[in-house]
Design a protein around this ligand. Sequence first.
Ligand SMILES: [Zn+2]
Length: 429
Amino acid sequence: MSEADFPGAASLLGALPPDPRASNAVGAGSFHAMWAELAPIGRHADSGGYRRYAWSGADADCRTWFQAQAEARGLTYETDRNGNQWAWLGDPLAGDAVVTGSHLDSVPDGGAFDGPLGVVSSFAALDELRRRGTEFSRPLAITNFGDEEGARFGLACVGSRLAAGQLTKEKAYELRDADGIGLPRAMEAAGYDPEAIGADPERLARIGAFVELHVEQGRALDLSGDRVGIASAIWPHGRWRFDFRGEANHAGTTRLVDRRDPMLTYAATVLAARTEAALAGAVATFGKISVEPNGVNAIPSLVRGWLDSRAADQATLDTVVTAIEKAARERADQDGIDLGIVRESFTPVVEFEHALRDEMNRILGGAVPVLGTGAGHDAGILSAAVPTAMLFVRNPTGVSHSPREFAAEDDCVAGVLALADVLEGLACR
Ligand SMILES: [Zn+2]
């Protein structure tokens, strides 16, 4: 496929020679065709990025595409009570199923690969296995989990969280988008029954293994010179809201010494977050802010900033966030600012199942790099209930959640073949 098939792609192609099996694999051709079909859906003409938000028109088009792929392959298609899509080869009720898939929704102006690469690769891997004449001894399913990115309602992995019982129906009903539309209304408008949502333990109990292929959201594989890697763990991460309250006043007439300006405290806290994260080898980001009264000529009365922080382990994350909070409180005292800090969400470390991870590494020849990630995934949510693993495909830019997100064609095909090998190894034993 040409670079035009990869919107926003940088010309950073891998230095590795093509996988010699790629030219024979049917997976490569079917990957290309599916990728071309999916590429225009929800793509914004100006930014080149994707706006595939949960239960939107673009999301519906992606879902229609998924169903068509399932039906074209003679798979049994269904949506579950939470609106996640499933395409089954074999008996969905038999149990011990091998499931693969990812998500088709996007962040605002997201890249083409985060999510769709896993879904497209799943169908392509199945095509490859059919070319090989693989006989399956376990049911196989491909999934598209709904609302993974949380771009519309502010909570990530809604479809898998609901299924796993980590988000209750009551809490889900409180979710609102920027226009004030609630999740139930949005689901209903898209033709789904919001009354049905909730934990789905019977469905999860029928899954023997879940493998999610995903574009890497960092440069570890680029640096190691590998096309494909296996996930070790998802870093623990959380979101904290910092409310800095001062006093609104005139920007022209209020002497500096008389001000209680929460923007100063906020700014110092941002710098402290950077310093503490760097010291600990973690990450910390203030990426969202709201200001009141939000006037050019007004000293703010309130600055509200959201901290996202992640680290390789819980102790490190605790250390970083505690240090940021301490710095913020000390500065708030100096500035005469009232500070409130609320932890809005938290996801503990997810260690992917070692036995499945080791088996995948054995299936793939034993030399596949194993790497951690700071990004959350449906696989991480499901890991509480199901043996779960992830495959990563090299992303030479390391950029994600941006139109610059990229994976080269050879690497995508290598991902399809690795996934096909893993599914064959798991589902034919
Ligand atoms: Zn994703």
